[in-house]
Design a protein around this ligand. Structure first.
Ligand SMILES: Cc1ncc(COP(=O)(O)O)c(C=O)c1O
Length: 367
């Protein structure tokens, strides 16, 4: 396994600032952000409220919590069960500071912040490699968490998972049902809203289990689904005891005033989310049809707004990333920095039609 350096964030994330020269990036396929851009309603609201930058924001995000509750439409209490973060990332670190002890379980590959946060606590990580079909290995996780010699206090699960794009709902259910209830699970659902699910039945499935399971923390992010990566908002939902522990780590005014306003407006914009899902589904089909014909690569089926491309010829992911950037000004995610992955995969976000066309052309030339 590659060793990850907890102080070196840039090399483990995508985004234009991961490029050696960010001015080269014309289209960023390396961060999995909503291709529609910021919704018009959010922009209007930000413009109208820009003067609020002058005052301190509500440190408790009271109104935003109420709006999250309305959005989730589930039976939880906003003052006790929700904590808001400067992006989901901040909450991952609060979780780790509160509950990670000697050892933790993290699937691989997955989002790197679970490793970074756990290493900060000095924890040993037991990696659970995803199966051949890229689904979470629930059997391995259950077996290792229930072994008393392992001293496991926490498990990190990203579902749908980054970078695989897989929704392992059944495997997560199995872990929840079979592990010792003293172990706390962080379930990162930052991409759940990108699943093609019209009635929110799938996306709210685990949120609705919060009352039943005392050992689960669900994290969501507004930075991808609503394109607020620069403003930074995420939230976690759990039981009161867990939320209170995580709240001990909050630094005052962690979520700025404009971010709170943008998030409140975004959650109300149902049309934007509907349109997002339609575009993603349509473009996903197009990408898989077009790139699926290329025998130098293999696409991994995805449940969300990004997908893995396996490189089958003798090129590697770094060469492909660098050439696409230098010659076509397109930035893709080189997956070799994901623990448990090699240099034969890149990850790309699904974007708007014209942008995806540019990727097809670029890839066809570079492969
Ligand atoms: C699974 C997952 N969780 C959380 C994040 C970070 O979210 P935020 O921008 O809200 O900090 C990312 C970003 O790539 C991610 O992939």
């Amino acid at each position: 396994m590659k060793k990850i350096n907890p102080n070196c964030h840039n090399s483990y994330h995508g985004g234009i600032h991961s490029a050696k020269d960010h001015t080269l990036v014309k289209i960023d396929f390396s961060s999995n952000i909503n291709p529609l851009g910021i919704s018009d309603n959010v922009i209007k609201s930000l413009k109208k409220n820009i003067h609020l930058s002058y005052i301190y924001p509500d440190p408790n995000c009271t109104e935003l919590k109420k709006d999250i509750l309305k959005y989730l439409d589930c039976n939880i209490d906003e003052s006790h069960n929700i904590i808001i973060g400067n992006g989901a990332t901040e909450l991952i670190h609060y979780f780790s500071s509160s509950f990670v002890k000697k050892k933790t379980i993290i699937p691989s590959p997955t989002f790197c912040e679970y490793e970074l946060a756990s290493r900060r606590k000095g924890a040993k990580i037991i990696y659970s490699k995803v199966k051949k079909d890229f689904q979470i290995d629930s059997e391995f996780i259950v077996k290792n968490s229930n072994n008393p010699n392992n001293d496991i206090t926490t498990i990190f699960l990203c579902n749908p998972n980054n970078p695989t794009g897989k929704d392992s709902k059944n495997q997560v259910i199995e872990v929840l049902e079979k592990i010792d209830k003293k172990i706390i699970i962080l379930l990162d659902e930052s991409y759940v809203e990108f699943i093609n699910d019209k009635q929110k039945k799938r996306s709210n499935y685990f949120i609705n289990l919060i009352k039943e399971y005392n050992n689960i923390v669900i994290i969501r992010s507004l930075t991808k689904t609503w394109g607020l990566a620069g403003l930074r908002v995420g939230y976690a939902v759990s039981n009161k005891k867990i939320v209170d522990k995580m709240k001990n780590h909050i630094i005052a005014w962690n979520v700025n005033g404009l971010a709170q306003i943008a998030a409140r407006e975004a959650l109300k914009d149902k049309e934007y989310l509907k349109h997002t899902k339609e575009i993603i589904e349509k473009e996903k089909e197009k990408c898989f049809k077009r790139l699926g014909k290329n025998n130098k690569i293999k696409l991994v089926h995805t449940d969300v707004n990004f997908y893995l491309i396996e490189i089958l010829n003798d090129k590697n992911s770094t060469e492909i990333k660098d050439t696409l950037l230098n010659k076509n000004n397109l930035l893709v995610r080189d997956c070799k920095t994901f623990t448990g992955m090699n240099n034969k995969f890149i990850r790309v976000a699904i974007k708007k039609s014209q942008e995806n066309n540019e990727l097809f052309k670029g890839l066809e030339k570079v492969l």
